[in-house]
Design a protein around this ligand. Structure first.
Ligand SMILES: CC(C)(COP(=O)(O)OP(=O)(O)OC[C@H]1O[C@@H](n2cnc3c(N)ncnc32)[C@H](O)[C@@H]1OP(=O)(O)O)[C@@H](O)C(=O)NCCC(=O)NCCS
Length: 179
């Protein structure tokens, strides 16, 4: 089914939250307020795969950060306010979240969404030169996409996913320099 990649708008919120609930365990789902702040403060980082009649088949959220050596674990806090972290002329994209509708997974749309949304951001914002993200060690599809797209592990944040999984799972931090 052909979906259209476009920037998210406020009217997408109900569908974004449906995808969020379908994508993550309840303990780590982010709130509607968090997504509303992202749309308000960092609309250039909010992308959706749109189908017909307002239905969405995926979303990807990102914000721009100043590029720093290594990483600051505090920046990755779940439900942080994008208005406090997004810097319009920041040189690094932080991909904060991505979900594809379960009915559509495994058909290549996740990789397309990830690759094409990042390509669109880099094309529109020439100051960008790096991308950073975190991933749960158990999210096999996401890890496969990040590895295939050239990301490298640069560290970990201990127990980041402890609340969701009942285990002391870290977040793996990955980065890719613009090639
Ligand atoms: C991560 C996610 C967006 C990927 O979307 P998708 O449409 O399934 O991705 P694709 O179809 O493009 O598949 C990507 C790769 O993962 C592989 N893959 C898909 N499901 C997999 C699974 N359950 N286990 C292992 N690999 C898997 C695919 O084979 C593909 O690899 P390939 O390119 O080498 O063939 C989707 O699985 C999702 O929404 N997951 C829940 C939320 C999440 O984990 N988000 C990412 C972290 S924020």
């Amino acid at each position: 089914m052909p979906f259209v990649l476009r920037q998210a708008v406020a009217a997408d919120m109900a569908e974004i939250m449906r995808l969020e609930r379908a994508g993550f365990a309840e303990a780590i789902q982010e709130t509607e307020q968090t997504f509303a702040e992202r749309l308000q403060a960092a609309p250039e980082g909010c992308w959706v795969l749109a189908g017909e009649a307002g239905r969405l088949y995926g979303y990807l959220c990102a914000e721009f950060w100043p590029l720093e050596a290594g990483f600051n674990a505090a920046r990755f806090a779940r439900d942080h306010a994008a208005a406090e972290t997004h810097v319009a002329d920041g040189a690094e994209v932080y991909v904060s979240s991505m979900v594809v509708d379960p009915a559509t997974r495994g058909t290549g749309w996740g990789r397309r969404l990830f690759r094409d949304a990042l390509a669109a951001m880099f094309a529109r914002h020439p100051q960008l030169c790096s991308t950073i993200l975190i991933v749960n060690p158990e999210w096999a599809a996401a890890r496969r996409i990040y590895q295939a797209e050239g990301f490298s592990e640069i560290g970990a944040i201990d127990s980041y996913f402890a609340a969701a999984c009942g285990a002391q799972l870290p977040a793996i931090v990955m980065r890719r320099a613009r090639t």
